[in-house]
Design a binder for this molecule. Structure first.
Ligand code: ATP
Ligand code: MG
Length: 581
């Protein structure tokens, strides 16, 4: 590609609404252009990256035996009604009407359409297993579209769906995808982790997220540096503490703690470790009779150590909260505790509440909690003496760095990541809802066992930039860079030798299949070089009259602080060797 024939439009400043570095740099480099909230044009420079990402994904999906198709972006609501998602999906699902007043959705994902295809195409077990995928536009009316391509409303996803004859075969298909995903992510050239994820209501352990490591990531990833244990925060288990609560050494005393409404304040005021304090979280559930008629609201008190945080996914898995829960209102709290939030605790309640105690709280002695009286805390509290020993004890907290790894291989560490892929064993959730069956080898109809497998094709470039950039701009790995090599001739318009050398190198690299760009725009050297540093092309060759007279050019990789000299003689071959061609 010659720069004069391409569209290069860089900006000095990022727009003020670009909060994260990937968004800022991709805007400044002219890779994307905003059309509306969470809606972007993929400009030529950005599209090159997206297409490289898509091609890697496509090659590895094909290699793993998946078959590409393309489903409509606009889908009739009837299919979505079959799974009840037309109703249940809420405002993230964009619903539209045609001229006849019929309802349609813009696909946020495509389980319904693919299951409809399977039930008409795969009639016999002999046609299974099958895995179908597409690389297609999605639309999700995200509550907070932000960070450019990271959380758009319109974005591109690779979505694959597997169909199998039974659960074992489906799990084998899942494993094929798990392996293919590792191959995909290895090829991107990014640091990533595959982490165990929560598989929601379906249960089992067959769900993994592929997280690109970046300090700015929204997700916390838990891993053990000494083993391959890795999980996302929702899923990571806290090991049960060993032993029971030690014997009390203090009396329980109600103490004046003016203004100390958080555990941190109390620990500081009383000069105690935060881990000796206990925080009270109050939840509410709507209780119903067996036949579904409402009984009323039940209020729950959850106790966690002051240095721990509640894990909502773990709480939601307890039978007590299986039908959903919410935080209690201030009125509900006052009615049960006789006190406003800030000084709540399990002792001296006005009305009884359900009690759920984290395992680490159940083994504390001489602990501190709110006294249900403004500006007061109980100190020296002990189970069995000051209140009944807890009956519901569970893992309801987020793990913290330094906790023991569940596999016993050392201490857990935490780092941040950006979820770019997610693979999931679905079971018969959709095939049952849509009555999608095939004839099994016993001649009887059976529901398909399914899996689904997504990759955020347009999120990946944003994640790559969050991980790889410096103050000058983006730093692309070779595999997904918009161009692999840029040739920057200084004074090409004035100097015949420069033009000749640059064009010769360009032709040779092009002939060898290298994705090379020749910057023939005639820009001043400073502006030209800073453009390519911003755009982040990984390999750069600068040539000018003086160097050429000495038979040399300058070569620099985007991460290098200085250029190195390379002889003009045999330059193309030497560069090809560096590129691993
Ligand atoms: P998130 O938790 O980030 O909203 P999700 O769990 O809703 O993601 P999936 O439904 O599993 O995402 O979709 C598969 C992949 O699609 C995700 O791993 C992510 O890479 C990508 N993706 C999802 N939502 C968006 C979005 N709004 N913008 C860009 N990519 C997205
Ligand atoms: Mg989402």
């Amino acid at each position: 590609m010659k720069a004069s024939q391409f569209l290069i439009s860089t900006l000095k400043e990022a727009p003020s609404d670009a909060e994260v570095v990937s968004h800022q740099l991709m805007m400044r480099a002219g890779m994307i252009k905003k059309l509306g909230a969470g809606i972007y044009t993929y400009m030529p420079m950005g599209l090159r990256v997206i297409q490289k990402v898509a091609n890697i994904v496509r090659e590895e999906m094909n290699r793993a035996g998946a078959i590409e198709l393309s489903m409509p972006v606009i889908q009739p609501s009837e299919l979505w009604a079959e799974t009840n998602r037309f109703e249940s999906m809420g405002p993230e699902l964009l619903r539209i009407k045609d001229r006849h007043g019929r309802d349609f959705v813009v696909q946020p994902t495509s389980e319904e359409v693919i299951t409809d295809i399977a039930r008409s195409e795969f009639r016999s077990y002999k046609q299974l297993p099958k895995n179908l995928y597409q690389i297609q536009t999605k639309f999700r009316d995200e509550r907070r579209p932000r960070f450019g391509l990271m959380r758009g409303r319109e974005f591109i996803m690779k979505d694959a769906y597997s169909f199998d004859r039974d659960a074992d075969a489906a799990k084998a298909s899942y494993q094929v995808m798990a392996t293919a995903y590792r191959a995909v992510f290895d090829r991107f050239g990014l640091r990533y982790r595959a982490v165990a994820a929560d598989s929601g209501a379906i249960g089992g352990d067959l769900s993994e997220e592929f997280q690109v490591i970046a300090s700015t990531g929204e997700d916390a990833i838990v891993y053990c540096p000494n083993s391959d244990y890795a999980a996302n925060m929702e899923k990571a288990q806290a090991l049960a503490p060993v032993g029971a609560a030690p014997a009390p050494t203090q009396d329980m005393v109600c103490t004046h703690t003016p203004g100390a409404s958080t555990c941190a304040d109390v620990a500081k005021l009383l000069n105690l470790p935060l881990s000796q304090t206990v925080k009270s979280l109050v939840l509410a559930t709507e209780e119903t009779h067996e036949d579904g008629t409402p009984v009323g609201v039940k209020v729950w008190l959850l106790l966690l150590r002051g240095d721990h945080d509640m894990n909502e996914v773990k709480v939601g898995k307890l039978p007590e909260f299986a039908n959903g829960f919410r935080f209690a209102s201030v009125e509900e709290i006052e009615a049960h505790f006789g006190c406003k939030p800030g000084y709540l605790g399990p002792i001296n309640l006005v009305k009884p509440v359900g009690l759920v105690v984290d395992r680490d709280v159940a083994v504390l002695a001489d602990w501190v909690c709110g006294a249900n009286q403004p500006d007061h805390h109980m100190i020296g509290v002990n189970w069995s003496r000051d209140l009944a020993a807890p009956t519901t004890v569970a893992d309801i907290r987020n793990v913290v760095a330094g906790d023991a790894s569940p596999d016993g291989q050392g201490a857990l560490a935490i780092e941040r990541g950006i979820e770019v892929g997610h693979i999931f064993y679905l079971g018969t959730k959709y095939s049952k809802a849509m009555n999608a069956t095939f004839l099994a080898d016993d001649g009887k109809p059976r529901h398909f066992e399914m899996g689904c497998y997504g990759i955020g094709i347009t999120r990946l470039p944003a994640a790559a930039v969050e991980q790889n950039h410096d103050e000058r701009g983006m730093i692309w790995p070779d595999a997904i860079a918009p161009f692999t090599v840029v040739i920057c001739p200084i004074g090409m318009d004035r100097s015949e030798p420069v033009r000749e050398a640059a064009t010769a190198l360009y032709d040779q690299l092009l002939a060898a299949g290298v994705d090379v760009l020749l910057d023939d725009r005639g820009e001043r050297p400073g502006a030209m070089l800073s453009d390519w540093e911003l755009i982040g092309v990984p390999h750069r060759v600068v040539m000018g009259d003086r160097g050429l007279q000495a038979g040399e050019v300058e070569y620099q990789q985007r991460r290098d602080t200085e250029a190195t000299k390379m002889p003009l003689d045999g330059l193309a071959a030497a560069l090809l060797a560096k590129l691993g061609h």
